[in-house]
Design a binder for this molecule. Structure first.
Ligand code: SAM
Length: 195
């Protein structure tokens, strides 16, 4: 699909693609830092992946998606947006893929974390090791529809919310990261690995 078609579809149907202001922040960060290697956790239809590659003409993207239908649409998006030659799409559960990348000794300059929110804390040590010194970790939806800030959280959201709180606390208390949480749309956490 073309990015314009995905955008159009999102007007009539809920699609979990990056929201407009968060997209602006993502693109501004990418333009400032010009990463060569980007890792994305959570490809969906390839919207944010193609946007990132259009912001960074020299960059390569490794993106992880476990849902086969989403991955097939994403491949088409990368082709339609003429960035497919700079994409490696790993169709797998993110934890398995992240562990594999770590074993292979891969390194990235920028990580866009936009997959299963309840797993972010579990991914963190691996993502930290995959990130180059000076690299940036951007995590989307860390407010989880505002539930993270609520005093009492419904039972069905409790595990995700507790895991997200743990993730935020782990990053912000880690002296190897300079980090900040932004209340933009569904919440963004931006962290630079300084050591
Ligand atoms: C919020 S969407 C990603 C949106 C995309 N980054 C964008 O802005 O265009 C999250 C995606 O993560 C995928 N996902 C969820 N859990 C996953 C897991 N454990 N491993 C890999 N992918 C996962 C979902 O199938 C979904 O496509």
């Amino acid at each position: 699909m073309k990015l314009s078609q995905i955008k159009q579809l999102s007007q009539t149907k809920y699609l979990p693609i990056i929201r407009p202001k968060s997209e602006e922040v993502l693109c501004a960060l990418l333009r400032q830092n010009a990463p060569r290697k980007i890792l994305e956790v959570g490809t969906f239809y390839g919207y944010s992946g193609a946007v990132m590659l259009q912001c960074c003409k020299e960059a390569e993207l490794c993106t992880i998606e476990k849902n086969a239908e989403n991955a097939a649409i994403a491949k088409q998006t990368f082709t339609d947006e003429q960035v497919a030659d700079r994409v490696r799409l790993i169709e797998s559960d993110a934890m398995d893929a992240i562990c594999m990348l770590e074993i292979q000794g891969e390194k990235f300059d920028f990580i866009f974390l936009d997959g299963a929110k309840g797993q972010y804390a579990k991914y963190l040590p691996y993502l930290k090791s995959l990130l180059n010194k000076g690299g940036i970790l951007l995590a989307d939806d860390i407010s989880f529809h505002g539930y993270v800030a609520e005093q009492t959280v419904k039972h069905k959201h409790r595990t995700i919310v507790n895991n997200l709180k743990k993730f935020i606390s782990q990053v912000t208390s880690d002296s190897d990261f300079e980090s900040e949480v932004f209340e933009i749309e569904d919440g963004l956490l931006i962290a630079r690995k300084t050591k």
